[in-house]
Design a binder for this molecule. Structure first.
Ligand SMILES: [Zn+2]
Length: 613
């Protein structure tokens, strides 16, 4: 799925840092900076930031081009060239962060301070200054990535399955033991990661301390324009708002799974066994929707069929999504977008098909890369990807430091906000659908969406809850796995289907842990998209149910949206949020409003059941 791809800056910085590393010679150049001995001033900071800006623009452009070529022509050579460019970028970013930290005690304007902080915080995994340790860390990062990427489950008969194959079985199998075999098999790959991960935590914490942070988790939480501890509390507050809806969903799904597999396998008062939700990590449940679907939930149309009936090919689907943005008042995409994007899977070469949106030059060279299938789901995904592109274009005139979303949750949230407007009413307005089904058909659509998006929320929260506590030492290496399952049970109400021990390392079976990709952004995106959607619908003058609203054709909503997008990260995310929603706080009541009809349905369904775990 495309829900999780990256904006320009994030892509570059994070992929660069995954490669890690910095040679001793190169490091010397940085630390022996020109202003080493003298008292640093604001003027020095401004000069440093100006030089750095020029350097970054060039580096980003180069790295983007190398990545684009690699993703579109995957060969040994393009991989090697892309890795070289990324390594160069990493080295530079480590140097720049270190240099930026020298201004920590200098009195500066708010703008200079913000830019320097952006530089320091661009590092996902700060490495220690010590060259040997930096090299050790880079090696571990590469090894962990390799273990995950090459991970396979080999059965007794010698045949092996990839994660993709296992995920497909998890999605479609309704055989308890077969799903269990996949679930257990995949978790074999992460056992050997444990000592490496433990060492990685020690090393990166040392790097974070050198940059002035208590630990790497505190550094991650410092990106959010509020004290690190307040941010953690804020997430808990928002989760508290969503929790009753999640518990209702959990209760209903559990009763249906219990009916399917038997109350001995799925007891009605215990956490759900984690392998029965159609997903390797039980993080989204849409794949088992058929077990839960209400009778009579069929909306009576199928967008995939409608697209075929109206002769939509891949290009016409993209033009259609572009027209959505034009209806909001955004300027058309440049011709180069259509000339340079990848829309169709080539027959003669390997490409990275995972959908993504690109901005090659931070001017107007926007592209998407996607192997479009002519389905209703992909039609929504194209709207989502273009959301990234319009965001990128909106902030292109900001200084390079601010050419990113207001926080890392905003980019994904914007793409999804747009996709939430792909409603039956919108499909009717663009001539795909003849008649909008009546509201009684909405429960099926809402339930399916909740199984993907509401089911995800506690998982989106707990991955970094675990990691933050690992970084700060509250979870010791002897408790890695136990603590992981405590959190999964507490937040998600799911449990390991078989006994686990500290010989296992189940967090490592989730890409973002060995891949060192922060996860809170996905939690934020899931909350914010509903908040944006509701606010924009209000601005558009919507008076009906918020889940039926599309902002299509509303210039007022488009203007307000653009006003926020243009800010990039130049102001705090709270200020950006306020532009669209009128208030500076996250608020999950928009989720509750969106799913209100579903909540009523679930309450009815759950009557007489003992909910909770
Ligand atoms: Zn996305």
């Amino acid at each position: 799925m495309t829900t999780f791809n990256l904006s320009l800056t994030t892509l570059l910085v994070s992929s660069a840092l995954l490669l890690g590393g910095c040679s001793p010679q190169q490091q010397q150049q940085t630390t022996a900076g020109q202003a080493e001995q003298k008292q640093l001033s604001e003027a020095d900071a401004i000069a440093f930031l100006k030089d750095t800006e020029t350097k970054l623009v060039q580096l980003y452009k180069e790295s983007n081009r190398a990545e684009w070529i690699y993703s579109n022509f995957i060969t040994e050579d393009t991989a090697s060239l892309a890795a070289d460019v990324n390594e160069k970028l990493t080295v530079e970013m480590v140097q720049l962060a270190t240099a930026a930290a020298k201004f920590d005690k200098v009195a500066l304007s708010a703008d200079s301070r913000r830019k320097l902080d952006k530089l320091k915080l661009a590092l996902t995994l700060p490495a220690p200054q010590d060259a040997a340790k930096t090299a050790e860390m880079a090696k571990i990062v590469a090894e962990l990535g390799g273990m995950y990427g090459k991970g396979k489950y080999c059965k007794a008969d010698g045949s092996c399955l990839s994660l993709g194959e296992m995920s497909a079985i998890m999605a479609s199998s309704r055989d308890y033991d077969e799903q269990l075999a996949m679930w257990q098999g995949w978790r074999e790959i992460s056992k050997p990661m444990r000592p490496l991960y433990q060492r990685l935590i020690e090393l990166t914490n040392e790097g974070a301390k050198e940059l002035g942070y208590a630990d790497t988790g505190a550094m991650w939480r410092s990106k959010y324009d509020m004290p690190a501890d307040d941010f953690a509390k804020e997430l808990d507050r928002v989760w508290g708002q969503v929790k009753p809806l999640y518990e209702s969903l959990h209760c209903h799904v559990r009763s249906k799974l219990s009916a399917q597999y038997g109350a001995d396998k799925v007891p009605l008062d215990k956490p759900i066994p984690a392998h029965l939700l159609g997903n390797m990590w039980a993080q989204s449940w849409g794949n088992v929707y058929d077990l839960v679907a209400p009778k009579d939930a069929d909306p009576g149309y199928d967008v995939t069929e409608l697209l075929a009936k109206h002769n939509y090919d891949e290009i016409k689907m993209v033009r259609g999504a572009e027209a959505f943005f034009s209806s909001l008042g955004f300027a058309p995409l440049p011709d180069t977008f259509y000339q340079r994007s990848l829309f169709i899977k080539p027959r003669d070469r390997d490409v990275e098909c995972h959908a993504s949106a690109w901005d090659l030059d931070a001017k107007d060279d926007l592209r998407i890369k996607m192997c479009i299938q002519r389905t209703g789901e992909e039609f929504s995904v194209i709207h989502h990807e273009l959301g990234h592109n319009y965001y990128q274009r909106a902030y292109k005139d900001q200084p390079v430091y601010y050419q990113e979303s207001a926080n890392d949750g905003f980019h994904e949230a914007i793409g999804d906000t747009i996709a939430l407007s792909v409603t039956p009413d919108y499909l009717k307005q663009i001539g795909l659908l003849d008649k909008v089904p009546d509201e009684s058909k909405d429960i099926g659509l809402l339930l399916k969406m909740a199984m993907d998006k509401i089911a995800f929320v506690p998982f989106g929260l707990l991955v970094d809850q675990w990691r933050w506590q690992v970084f700060n030492g509250q979870i010791t290496p002897e408790q890695y796995n136990e603590a992981w399952w405590q959190l999964r049970e507490k937040y998600q109400g799911v449990a390991a289907p078989v006994a686990r021990s500290e010989a296992d390392f189940d967090p490592g079976a989730k890409y973002h842990v060995p891949g060192n990709v922060p996860y809170t952004r996905y939690f934020l995106a899931h909350i914010l998209q509903f908040q944006f959607h509701k606010a924009l619908c209000d601005i558009a003058g919507n008076e009906g149910a918020v889940h039926r609203c599309s902002i299509y054709n509303s210039k007022e909503a488009g203007t307000k949206l653009n006003q926020m997008l243009e800010m990039g990260s130049s102001q705090s995310w709270q200020q950006a949020l306020e532009v669209v929603t009128g208030k500076p706080e996250m608020d999950a009541t928009a989720i509750l409003a969106y799913f209100a009809p579903l909540q009523a349905y679930l309450d009815e369904q759950n009557k007489g059941l003992q909910c909770g775990w």
